[in-house]
Design a protein around this ligand. Structure first.
Ligand code: MF3
Ligand code: CO
Length: 263
């Protein structure tokens, strides 16, 4: 069932999402060659706890980290580890923060030092596709409008869209209805209404769309081992423009990027 949030609940969603965004900003300051993904995970966990939140992924169905770590061909749900980031890697850090009973969920894929042109383009296109999807997150549209827009944007640029993993509704639970796929047809799926909170999270591959889930049941990588990128925002459907609850402004500040979100 899809929950329509009350004004009080929306305020709590805003606060949880703000802490999620600030945590990603903190992580952003530490992403560089020579840093282990365990280290990034500890930084995120401590920051969340220091600010009164709860790292919602940690222990969720046995997941072992605060962050999902997505290095190069890892699509989603990678474990923090002793892996040391290297110049030219890309690394996604996906996290969910619970604050006062509500959840925020966001992901940014970072370039570690200088990355090659192919990875740069994959990152840019995936981030752009997130905003193309958000643009469709209007009351009166359906989930399929978002899904179709993301798919078309990425496929027209030669990339492929992961099928097995989707965005989702969010609130008291990190995963609520509806599912928000990154592929599909415009008129299909749930009708969007003011007060709905959803996560839009394109997971886009440089090569084929096929993925493999490792034997631990979590870590998901591209079958062809070509790189994959992932960006995610938690958003609120309103009477007019969608409200991005998890801003990237802290990440952008840390990376020295221009302040405004792309669109
Ligand atoms: N954004 C990820 C998702 O929606 C967060 C997963 S947390 C985990 O799937 F605990 F499930 F890993
Ligand atoms: Co999510």
């Amino acid at each position: 069932m899809i929950y329509i949030k009350t004004e009080e609940e929306i305020e709590k969603m805003r606060a949880a999402a703000e802490l999620t965004a600030r945590t990603l900003g903190e992580v952003a300051r530490w992403v560089k060659p020579g840093v282990t993904t365990h280290r990034l995970d500890s930084i995120a966990r401590e920051f969340i706890l220091d600010n009164g939140g709860k790292p919602a992924c940690l222990g969720y169905e046995g997941f072992p980290g605060t962050l999902c770590i997505e290095v190069n061909e890892t699509v989603v749900h990678g474990f923090p580890s002793s892996y040391t980031l290297r110049e030219g890697d890309i690394v996604g850090t996906d996290l969910v923060v619970e604050l006062d009973g509500f959840n925020g969920d966001s992901c940014w894929t970072f370039a570690v030092g200088e990355v090659d042109e192919a990875k740069r383009r994959l990152l840019d296109t995936t981030l752009e596709s997130l905003y193309v999807g958000i643009e469709q997150a209007q009351a009166g549209n359906r989930i399929g409008h978002i899904a179709h827009a993301v798919q078309e944007y990425c496929e027209h640029r030669g990339y492929s869209v992961v099928r097995e993993m989707c965005g989702h509704g969010i609130g008291r639970d990190m995963h609520e209805d509806p599912e928000v796929p990154n592929y599909g047809r415009k008129g299909t799926g749930a009708l969007l209404k003011p007060g709905m909170c959803i996560c839009i999270e394109p997971m886009i591959n440089a090569g084929s769309k096929n993925i493999v889930i490792e034997r631990n049941g979590w870590e998901c990588r591209t079958r062809d081992r070509k790189p994959s990128a992932h960006f995610e925002h938690t958003i609120l459907i309103t009477e007019d423009q969608p409200e991005i609850l998890t801003t990237f402004k802290y990440v952008r500040e840390a990376l020295g990027l221009p302040a405004s979100e792309l669109r």
